[in-house]
Ligand binder design. Structure first.
Ligand SMILES: Cc1cc2nc3c(=O)[nH]c(=O)nc-3n(C[C@H](O)[C@H](O)[C@H](O)COP(=O)(O)O)c2cc1C
Length: 390
């Protein structure tokens, strides 16, 4: 498979628009057909992928600005809101969202209300523990991970980028309490109004660190061969499903994605085993990040997962395509995906669905710096089509 990093833009390319005028033609893209997700009716098959934007308060409470941002994108068939940490030690970067206090729950409730008031939904919330992708200056804790293997990189902290620290290997008791923290966060998510949560087992964060042989050197029942390494993710899925129901529980994976220093050497064996262990549970969906429909593993995973499959295509890393990812998304549907998640196209186009429907021009992504800085710039100031037409 070909992989890109989830944080792909390096330069400020300024504001420009693809195409010189709006087209009035509408398309009959299969992406625009409605779909069912359990008891939910989705207006279209376009899912807004989870994207960390670092706009929460320093304690992780979602901000009113975030409610505006998500409400602007309410026409997505479904929104998977950004990574939210289930406990303090799982915090990755400054100003990411959290979900372990009443204030966090209240902040998220306002986000859900705003999207629903704008006619959107369903919303799922991604629950992410960073594992070794964290820093004491950000979280106040030494990061916990399957093994004491540091991230081979620097990491963003409140005082700038710093070398990663060596994480502490989790005890069995800490594994158990972390599983419980995921379940507690899932309960809070439902309390805040989310339709469900997405367990983040992708992109090199804690659950992925348990899956990968280069980050999981454990010799107990959570390490070693494939059955040991898939155990933690499976236990988190089970605990979340038990807490809020399997129909409210999604799972995200990114087989082979080397981001955050991961080497998935046995992806062809591990991911089918992970799916076999979780396919019969009636989960809401499987979300495959950076999916290449031509890769043999894609077809294998599709065949193994009899439930809803959300696939996220591999788009060029420098910039989103002029069609907003439509062609790549349609290829995934043709290869068997039920829904398609897009990240940066939704980031830059609050009305992406309308632009795909009309073949209208697509805003490119602006500066990378604005992806992760606070404030409205590069966040809620991407124009919608009527603003362009004026
Ligand atoms: C700014 C930004 C933040 C992201 N944050 C997350 C995240 O919180 N959780 C996650 O699973 N993936 C995250 N990703 C990855 C996206 O969900 C998606 O997989 C990736 O951007 C590729 O899709 P795209 O080409 O449509 O943007 C992020 C990507 C970007 C650009």
């Amino acid at each position: 498979m070909t992989w890109i990093t989830p944080f792909p833009l390096d330069s400020d390319i300024g504001v420009r628009f693809y195409g010189s005028r709006m087209s009035t033609e509408t398309t009959t893209s299969p992406l625009l057909r409605s779909a069912a997700l359990g008891s939910h009716r989705l207006a279209n098959r376009l899912v807004m992928a989870p994207m960390t934007r670092n706009r929460a308060a320093s304690d992780g409470t979602p901000s009113p600005l975030m409610a505006d941002y998500y409400a602007q994108r309410a026409s997505a068939g479904m929104i998977i809101a950004e990574a939210s940490t289930p406990n303090a030690v799982g915090r990755t970067y400054p100003n990411i969202t959290a979900l372990y206090s009443d204030a966090h729950t209240a902040g998220w409730r306002e986000v859900v209300r705003a999207v629903e008031a704008a006619g959107g939904g369903p919303l799922f919330l991604q629950i992410q523990h960073g594992g070794r992708v964290g820093h004491p200056d950000t979280s106040g804790h030494t990061p916990l991970a399957p093994s004491a293997v540091p991230l081979p990189d620097t990491i963003h902290t409140p005082t700038g980028r710093q070398a990663a620290v060596t994480p502490r290997a989790m005890t069995t008791a800490e594994i158990g309490s972390t599983v419980a923290d995921f379940a507690a966060a899932a309960r809070r998510a439902v309390d805040a109004g989310f339709a469900g949560v997405e367990v983040h087992s992708a992109n090199g964060y804690l659950l992925h660190q348990f899956l990968a042989p280069n980050t999981n050197l454990r010799t107990d029942g959570y390490g070693g061969g494939v059955p040991g390494r898939i155990r933690f993710t499976t236990e988190v899925v089970d605990a979340v499903a038990q807490a809020i129901g399997p129909e409210r529980t999604g799972l995200r994976i990114s087989p082979g994605n080397p981001v955050n220093g991961i080497t998935d050497t046995d992806a062809d064996e591990l991911y089918p085993a992970l799916l076999r262990a979780n396919a019969g549970k009636g989960l809401a969906y499987l979300h495959l990040a950076y999916a290449d429909p031509a890769a043999p593993l894609f077809a294998r995973l599709r065949a193994l997962w009899t439930g809803t499959l959300i696939a996220n295509p591999v788009l060029p890393r420098e910039q989103i395509p002029a069609d907003g990812g439509r062609e790549a998304a349609e290829r995934l549907l043709a290869a068997g995906a039920d829904l398609v998640a897009l990240g940066r196209p939704f980031l830059a186009n609050p009305d992406l669905v309308e632009r795909i429907r009309t073949g209208g021009p697509v805003n490119p992504v602006r500066a990378r710096y604005a992806m992760y800085t606070g404030g409205a710039t590069g966040y809620t100031d991407y124009p919608a089509l009527p603003a362009l037409a004026r």
